[in-house]
Design a protein around this ligand. Structure first.
Ligand code: DX5
Ligand code: ZN
Length: 220
């Protein structure tokens, strides 16, 4: 299994101090920064545009994991690549055909990702699996931070890990010390957490505790 990575999700950061919040994640020893893009259509919420990714790129050196929760990613992918995304992830349920977008991301030398909602069957990503660097399992219904973890996703993580021992598998939504352990046991190696890291009293201590716990829980 690839190394455990801990990624704070900027959605839970202080909106009035975003550059400092990017730096706080970097100083806390995070492996990357997760940035959620919501279009008010694919999900019932609006968040950031490419300028926030550009800001994050300037503010810190962390790789930027950009999660497009948008209906038409083909209209937006290039703007988020221009802005400095290291990894660009599209939802498999979106309206745009995924293959041309994933190929375009690869052609720009960036990492590709596909995301599945909690109810989406694993088979849905079969056609794109060979083109992705990372598969993200949503462990809440996308759109908002601070929701409760949905444990029925765990068997899907386990099934994919059994098929793909070297793939980066991430989880996003309701990730705390407790749920991170369950995800790591199931085979997820990239843990994305908004509330539990940004609202922690000491983010650095939390990142390092989550990493240690996940490393111990991961299947050999
Ligand atoms: C939810 C987003 C998540 C969100 C997670 O739609 O994709 O990245 O920030 O927030 P928490 O960790 O608070 O559930
Ligand atoms: Zn996300």
């Amino acid at each position: 299994m690839p190394p455990i990575q801990i990624l704070p999700s900027l959605l839970a950061a202080d909106m009035g101090a975003l550059a400092a919040e990017c730096q706080r994640a970097e100083s806390a020893g995070a492996d990357g920064l997760h940035v959620d893009i919501m279009d008010g259509h694919f999900v019932h919420n609006l968040s950031y545009g490419p300028d926030i990714v550009r800001m994050a790129k300037k503010a810190c050196k962390l790789p930027l994991s950009v999660h497009l929760m948008v209906t038409h990613p083909h209209h937006l992918a290039s703007a988020f690549l221009d802005a400095g995304s290291s990894l660009l992830m599209i939802q498999i349920e979106a309206a745009s055909p995924p293959m041309p977008i994933l190929r375009a991301i690869r052609e720009r030398g960036r990492r590709t990702g596909v995301v599945l909602n909690p109810e989406t069957p694993l088979e849905a990503i079969d056609p794109v699996l060979e083109l992705v660097s990372e598969v993200l399992f949503m462990t809440v219904h996308p759109g908002f931070g601070g929701q409760a973890f949905i444990p029925t996703v765990l068997p899907k993580i386990k099934a994919l890990r059994a098929r793909k021992p070297d793939l980066d598998i991430s989880v996003d939504g309701g990730i705390t010390m407790q749920t991170a352990k369950l995800c790591a046991e199931a085979g997820a190696n990239v843990l994305i957490a908004g509330t539990s890291l940004y609202k922690a009293v000491d983010m650095k201590a939390e990142v390092s505790a989550m990493r240690g716990m996940a490393q111990a829980a991961a299947p050999a």
